[in-house]
Every structure is written in C-alpha cells, then in structure tokens.
Ligand binder design. Structure first.
Ligand code: FCB
Length: 461
C-alpha cells in the first residue's frame, strides 16, 4: 500500500464555481453576468435550465461546508468568486454585501479546517463589461487586475492561494467561436457564453487580453496581499499524451504540448508567443507589446491544471513538426458525457509535461472528474461504481507522477456536488454528492465515501 501514497501535506479538495452553484442571481446588489444573459436566452441551455437558483449555495453554504468536512473529508475547497457580486458594473464602487458573502464563506471554511482556494474568474463576466466589448476590449484586462487586487486585499489574511482565471482555452475559444473537440470516432462542436463568432484575428486578440488580464491580476495580488500569498492560473492544459512511452514519443508529446498551448500557458510561462504560433496566425496574430509580454509572464508560485482526459494522443514523426496526432478510435471508451474520453494516463502526463517543459515549482490538479448517469437506488443511495473506477484510475496515474518527483501538491475533484453544467444544464451530474434540484436535498454518493477514505489515508484506495 505504501507505494500508492501521496506526498505529505497533500491537499485533498473538491471544486465548484460561482455560477454553477450559487443561485441568488440578482440578490444583495449583484449585477448580471454574461451567464445570466446567456441562460436567460431561450434555446441556449438544455431543458431551459438556468443558474438563477442552481444549488442555492448562496443561502446553504454552511450546510455545504459541513458536507465537505464531514462527508468528503476534504482539507481544501476550490470555489470561484462572482466578479459581478463584488463589482456589479465590473469596475467602480464595490458592493459590500457581495464581499460579505465571500467573507462568511471563507470564515466558515477556515473554521472547518478546509483551506479556501478561490478562483477569481470562472467565466461569469459582468454583463456591463460585455456591453463595452467584453474580452475584446483591452480595458477588461485592467478591470480584472483591479478586481483581483481588491479581493486579495480583503481575503489574504485567511486565503493563502488564489487562482486567477479558470480554463482560458474553454471560455475564450468556446465563447468567442465554436470550438471543435476530438471525441471517439470524430469531433463535436461546443459553444458557450457570450456566444460570439469572431474572426480568427479577433479571437487571437481576445486570447491575448485574457493572458494579459491574468498577468495584471498576478501583479495586483502581489501588491495588495499579505506576505506569503501564492498565485497561479487554473488552465485546462492541451495535453498531448504519448501512445507509447519511449523517449522519441515522449519528446513528440512535449513538442506538441508546448505548441498547442502557445496562446495560453506557453506564453504565460515562457514570456513569448512561439514562432510557429505567430507564423501560422500570420496577419491574424494578436497585436501586443514587449511590455505586455512582461506582464503576462509575471512569476508564478504554482500552475493549476484542469485535467479530464488526453487532448490528443501522439506518436513521433520524421516529418515536421516531429509529431503526429492519432485520433481516438471509434470504440474508445467514454464516460456518460459525450466529450469525456477515458484516458486516465493524462493525469500522469499533464503534470509531468508541465514540469519538464516549464520547471513549475508547484502544481495543483485544479479539476478532474466525470459525469455519470446517477440514479437513486431503493435505499435512497447512489452507487456510482463508474465514478469510483474513473477516480481510482486517474489518481493512480497522478500518484505515479508524484512518485516520479513531479511537484503536485494537491488534487481538486470536480465537483463537490451535482450542479449547473453550463449548456448541459442540470442533467450532467459531476458531483460526489447527489443533489435533488427540486428539494435541494444533498445525498453523498458512494464515490464520496471513496474520496473520504483516499483523503484520510493520503493514498489511492
Ligand atoms: C470544466 C469547467 C467546469 C466544469 C467541468 C466539467 O471545463 O471548468 O466548470 O464544467 O469542466
């Protein structure tokens, strides 16, 4: 058993985001976000679901923190702060009642021995900023930096880790153009708020503004927080996983991973866009200055990686660029969500590649998990053997990375409880805890017991 242990002081956490669980969409002075607008637009979300009430976490946070402590045995919690609760207009005067909610949540977590890991942006941009061009507008980056500094000033007496932005790639590419995702036997298109369809050059500029916003936030957090506060992004790494683990294929995976992340993690960690990215974009390349690049590459304390599956499988190739993509076979297994191809080895390769490419000091797996077709059994419980299989497989691979010396210091399971899964609505259940959205009753699934045991033993169980 000892070979399956995680490092000492490992964080065992679960994760959520504001729009997906809070509800209270227009309470206590909160301004609307682009997700309020999008979900209120008929036809955008499955079954017409919205996050208006969601898990009613805004009112039930005490019960939810107790679940984390008692039923999940977690010692960390990754949640996000709704920017429009704090600055209803995106900039200008803060809303004290919005801040008060996060103060109460953080106090509750600290009292329960659950370390708070807030994310400052998990896709719910203030609608007021969208009305001024959203992420197409350079000023949004500055507004984000100001908001990040404000939150760090208010919370860093109790919060030691801040994540800037969640999954740049997803909200940028899926929100501003339709993103094509590889799945077994083909591809699928995904589109989310604000639901734009920009030209390639405009999209690259949006990408640039978001990494610039991240850099400005890092600097503002450093300037305003208590000494020792740590900061980093939470990006969904485009991971190229070697199909055969030999040096030439591993090298191919490294080259591919560095290139595929060129507009996001690579520029944040290297301070420049890769030549191949700029060349391929040509006239559509983002417009930027050397000063921007310096800000974007502000030194980080850690890299957060959301990892659900390999983005692509690769093999080495004699031809430039030295690797080739091997599509997922038609019969390759997937979980009940159509995009979730099963590939637990991504949990080994994603942190391993982040370490080997960029020498990250500290890495967190900021999301990993799966949706399952959960049903309540006659005894009122949920026996999600599929989720336990998925978790065990993923954590076995993650443990392998830590045993190799990759500095992974925590793992956040997506998600604490079933919630509003963006355009899929409430149908895609990602939680360790089952939620009846009519009554708001929470029922820990069997996977919650598995997670609790793993956290208690600090090992794969
Ligand atoms: C990620 C998102 C998160 C959740 C999971 C399933 O891409 O960051 O909010 O929807 O997928």
């Amino acid at each position: 058993m000892s070979t399956r242990l995680f490092p000492k002081d490992f964080f065992w956490g679960t994760a959520t985001s504001s729009y997906q669980i809070e509800g209270a969409w227009n309470e206590d002075g909160k301004g609307p976000s682009i997700w309020d607008t999008y979900a209120h637009t008929p036809g955008k979300i499955k079954n017409g679901d919205t996050g208006d009430v969601a898990n009613d976490h805004y009112h039930r946070y005490k019960e939810d923190v107790a679940l984390m402590k008692n039923d999940l045995g977690a010692n960390a919690y990754r949640f996000s702060i709704a920017w429009p609760r704090i600055f209803p207009q995106g900039t200008g005067a803060p809303n004290p009642k919005g801040l008060d909610f996060y103060n109460r949540l953080v106090d509750e977590l600290v009292a329960a021995g659950v370390a708070p890991f807030p994310t400052l942006y998990h896709w719910d941009l203030p609608q007021a900023l969208q009305d001024k061009g959203g992420w197409q507008n350079h000023d949004t980056a500055k507004a984000f930096g100001d908001y990040a500094g404000y939150m760090a000033e208010k919370l860093s007496d109790r919060v030691r880790h801040f994540f800037t932005i969640n999954e740049f790639r997803s909200f940028v590419d899926m929100g501003h153009q339709t993103k094509v995702v590889n799945v077994p036997g083909g591809t699928m298109d995904i589109s989310i708020a604000p639901g734009l369809n920009l030209a390639p050059g405009e999209l690259n500029q949006v990408r640039h503004h978001t990494v610039l916003a991240h850099g400005m936030a890092v600097q503002a957090i450093r300037a305003k927080s208590k000494a020792g506060t740590k900061v980093g992004p939470a990006e969904v790494l485009e991971s190229a996983v070697p199909l055969i683990e030999t040096p030439e294929h591993i090298k191919a995976a490294q080259t591919a991973t560095r290139e595929r992340n060129a507009p996001f993690l690579t520029v944040m960690l290297e301070g420049k866009y890769t030549d191949a990215y700029l060349k391929e974009a040509g006239d559509d390349a983002p417009k930027f200055t050397d000063g921007d690049l310096k800000i974007i590459a502000s030194p980080l304390d850690f890299v957060g990686v959301n990892c659900y599956k390999p983005t692509v499988y690769v093999l080495a190739s004699d031809r430039a660029p030295g690797w080739r993509e091997i599509p997922f076979a038609k019969g390759h297994p997937k979980m009940s969500t159509s995009w979730l191809t099963v590939g637990p080895e991504a949990l080994y390769w994603a942190p391993k590649l982040v370490q080997s490419l960029w020498k990250a000091k500290e890495i967190f797996i900021t999301e990993n998990g799966c949706a399952t077709d959960d049903v309540l059994a006659n005894d009122g419980k949920v026996y999600d053997t599929d989720r336990i299989m998925f978790l065990r497989a993923c954590l076995t691979q993650l443990q392998r990375a830590t045993a190799d010396g990759v500095p992974v210091n925590g793992y956040f399971q997506w998600s604490t409880m079933d919630n509003f899964e963006w355009t899929y609505g409430f149908g895609n259940r990602f939680g360790l805890v089952y939620v009846d959205f009519k009554t708001q009753k929470r029922t820990p699934k069997l996977s919650a017991a598995w997670f609790r045991e793993a956290a208690a033993k600090n090992a794969v169980v």
